[in-house]
Design a protein around this ligand. Structure first.
Ligand code: ZN
Length: 378
């Protein structure tokens, strides 16, 4: 039997600070190969981003095909001297396991790998089970999950249901499951004018008031009213940048940046169209560069959320809230291919100094994933 707590300690000891592999994927590949998984190490590169190592491992070829997705990369530890433990030590103290990546998300990885291997040791499921591990979730997310999925698609491999092990629990293990996340869109606007002396404004053309008019219009927009499962899309102005170091010059250009967290009423493209339409109506010349950092994802409540809710309830007694709150995750890349939900440990210490999780939560999470496998793959 695989002990998820021991596996978690082994993974914490791999210093896989993004985009370093740190031995974490090697360790998983060795373990899974020994248990009959077909493993593929997938290294991807792209311009201006680091090369990234990924691992796809599948047991069986039959359907339904359940996939667990997760990232072995972790964020940097920051100032190591203020950690009260070795961030890559995996020590157990006061009923907690300590170290970078314990909750985000080596803990869930240890839990679903242990749950799967222990299940396979005693059962022969009708379907197949796979793992999609990336080393590029905390980094630019260019050479990770998205490219692994494209690779799978080209091979004709179809996933029927995917669970991402992000730390979705808020206060207690099992209090929240994510069935969606908002998308993120960043716009950078430039308005140009003519530089000149403030004392002779008729010889210059100040772009700042026009930029402010554009920003006021954007800020006043009601993008939507939200939906039953999503809060309203929200635009925030995050920077106004004139770069003027003196008080007697009218600047030649003014810049501003805003970010929108948008729900499933928009795609990045439809949102851009809407915002440009609003600004074009003002007849103020501007340029905008737009970047959709991630589309939203949404798996409506139903079969898949119920499967998770029932498993969580059986192990913890809690019925998890189905939420779409928070930032983006790799589920945004998975949603075009199959239904996807996220469930993992309590995320309170994610990305923080002294990241840790309760040993009993790792054990309970393993039981929850086991129950999901038992019900879905039986
Ligand atoms: Zn994460």
């Amino acid at each position: 039997m695989i002990d998820p707590v021991v596996l978690l300690q082994e993974l914490i000891r791999c210093e896989s600070v993004t985009p370093q592999e740190g031995g974490a994927l090697d360790h998983l590949e060795k373990l899974l190969t020994a248990h009959g998984f077909e493993c593929h190490r997938l290294k991807f590169s792209d311009k201006d981003t680091p090369d990234v190592d990924n691992l796809y491992a599948r047991w069986g070829r039959a359907t339904p095909h359940l996939c667990f997705a997760g990232h072995t990369d972790v964020v940097p530890v920051g100032d190591r001297s203020i950690w009260s433990c070795d961030p890559f030590g995996g020590a157990i103290k006061d009923g907690q396991i300590w170290g970078r990546g314990t909750c985000d998300m080596k803990g869930p990885i240890a839990a679903f790998v242990a749950a799967t291997l222990n299940f396979l040791a005693e059962n022969k499921p009708a379907g197949s089970i796979s793992f999609l591990f990336t080393g590029d979730e905390e980094g630019p997310a260019i050479n990770g999950t998205r490219k692994v999925l494209e690779w799978l698609d080209k091979r004709g491999e179809k996933i029927d249901f995917c669970i991402v092990g992000e730390p979705t629990s808020r206060e207690m293990l099992g209090d929240m499951v994510k069935i969606g996340r908002r998308g993120t869109f960043t716009g950078r606007i430039t308005v140009t004018g003519t530089q000149g002396h403030v004392a002779y404004p008729h010889l210059a053309d100040n772009p700042i008031p026009r930029l402010l008019t554009l920003l006021k219009t954007l800020d006043d927009l009601e993008l939507d009213k939200g939906t039953a499962d999503f809060q309203p899309s929200n635009l925030e102005i995050v920077n106004i940048d004139i770069g003027n170091t003196v008080d007697n010059v009218i600047p030649a250009a003014a810049h501003a940046t805003f970010n929108v967290r948008f729900n499933d009423q928009y795609s990045g493209a439809s949102l851009e169209k809407k915002l440009r339409g609003e600004m074009d109506a003002l007849k103020i010349p501007y340029q905008m560069t737009a970047v959709t950092g991630g589309e939203s994802f949404y798996t409506p409540p139903g079969k898949y959320s119920e499967l998770l809710q029932n498993a969580v309830k059986k192990v913890t007694g809690l019925t998890p809230e189905l939420s779409t709150s928070g930032g983006t995750s790799d589920a945004r890349f998975i949603k075009p291919y199959c239904p996807v939900v996220e469930f993992g440990l309590v995320g309170k210490t994610a990305h923080k100094t002294d990241e840790h999780v309760a040993v009993k939560d790792v054990v309970a999470l393993t039981d929850i994933y086991s129950e999901i496998i038992r019900v879905y793959c039986a």
